[in-house]
Design a protein around this ligand. Structure first.
Ligand SMILES: [Zn+2]
Length: 74
């Protein structure tokens, strides 16, 4: 996928959910947590969807998170 790909195609590798940041405060859901799959397969979490501070994990770590969430959410 290139940077010139249509927006709808670029969005297939991204999801944004409402969240809360305990560092910044504010009401529940005031911030957007952007989760993206990078071209190399790693998963990146951008807690404010600003790119200022991101957390990137390898595929194995992402599967660990996925399995934990599946167990917790049933
Ligand atoms: Zn914050």
């Amino acid at each position: 996928m290139s940077a010139s790909a249509p927006w709808s195609e670029r969005r297939e590798n991204r999801v944004t959910v409402h969240a809360s940041c305990h560092t910044c405060g504010g009401p529940w859901g005031f911030t957007n947590l952007l989760v993206s799959k990078l071209p190399d397969g790693r998963i990146q979490f951008d807690p404010h969807a600003t790119g200022c501070c991101t957390v990137t994990i390898e595929e194995d770590a992402a599967r660990t998170v996925m399995n934990a969430l599946a167990k917790w959410l049933g």
